[in-house]
Design a protein. Sequence first.
Length: 330
Amino acid sequence: MRGGLIELASTGMWVPEKVLTNADLERMVDTTDEWITERTGIKERRIAGDDMTAVEMGYRAGKAAVADAGLEPADVDAIIVSTATPDRLLPATACDIQARLEARDAVAFDVWGACSGWLYAINIGSGLILSEQAETVLCVATEKMSAIVDWTDRATCVLFGDAAGATVLRRSGGNGHGILSTYMRSDGTLAELLYRSPLDSGSVPVDVAELAVRDGYLRMAGREVFKNAVRSMCEAVDAVLEKAGVTKDEIDLLVPHQANIRIIEATARYAGLSMDRVWVNVDRYGNTSSATIPVALHEAREAGRIEEGSLVLMVTFGAGLTWAGMLIRW
Ligand SMILES: CC(C)(COP(=O)(O)OP(=O)(O)OC[C@H]1O[C@@H](n2cnc3c(N)ncnc32)[C@H](O)[C@@H]1OP(=O)(O)O)[C@@H](O)C(=O)NCCC(=O)NCCS
């Protein structure tokens, strides 16, 4: 197998300390620990306080990834941030993170790929390196999902949590390491299955009927998203393996988007992998949108489940709908 040209040189993550358990949710909406556990596999999630921003979370994860690569923020040429929960719409979250990092010589911008955004960011970052516009690219996913879920809607509020994760990209050192294949797709005709309602337009006089629907909260057709998630992640599995000329039994670890244990299990079954070859942390963090994969990668490395030479398959899906896959030799 041919090695990749670009490698993920490091990982970093940050999660808030505050834990919100299913028992806590039982006191907030009409739900039970049993329902949430059976339908989703989620037992608890982390919640950032009012004083914690998406910028600060992303800064902490990004700083950790830069340090893990043995670099200083000043060495970073580009910062690409994936977030569905920016603290403000202008400027890009990446610019605010750049300022916190004091990475003065970098270009910084965001990508909107929902849960697929971090893999999209890596693909864009790889392109910057290959086109010799950057040597070192920091890709951050930071998601304060607690700020956009409707805490009175039991169908969505039990699913999500807050987290940030990051990696540094650079040219691969060779020896077969790095990104072996990637795949990105989207289907905008399915946008209505999962979206944030528009924010209040600020019209004066205030239109009360408009305010009721323009709240910026997440809306989701759960069952339809579920079906499309399994279909699109299986498609991504096939696409990246075929592009790389790799068979399913060669995969050391599957690191899927963590939305629901049943979606993860269905994808693993399709990939022919027993669950001991799948990294699962949805039980501890819930769905943290585009942060799930970098957080999972970091934890898997820390646990010794990803070592030099490990063949790691990442697949994801999200609002858009978007979906993506990536195969790397660590
Ligand atoms: C959301 C999801 C867990 C719901 O599970 P499901 O098995 O599809 O359940 P349904 O939506 O069919 O709802 C079944 C019943 O549970 C109820 N229900 C929904 N949320 C509930 C909750 N938190 N507690 C208790 N009951 C709940 C519904 O109202 C429904 O009741 P009804 O039959 O009386 O109408 C599941 O569809 C899912 O995970 N979808 C994908 C979501 C996702 O991954 N989104 C992020 C994409 S990045």
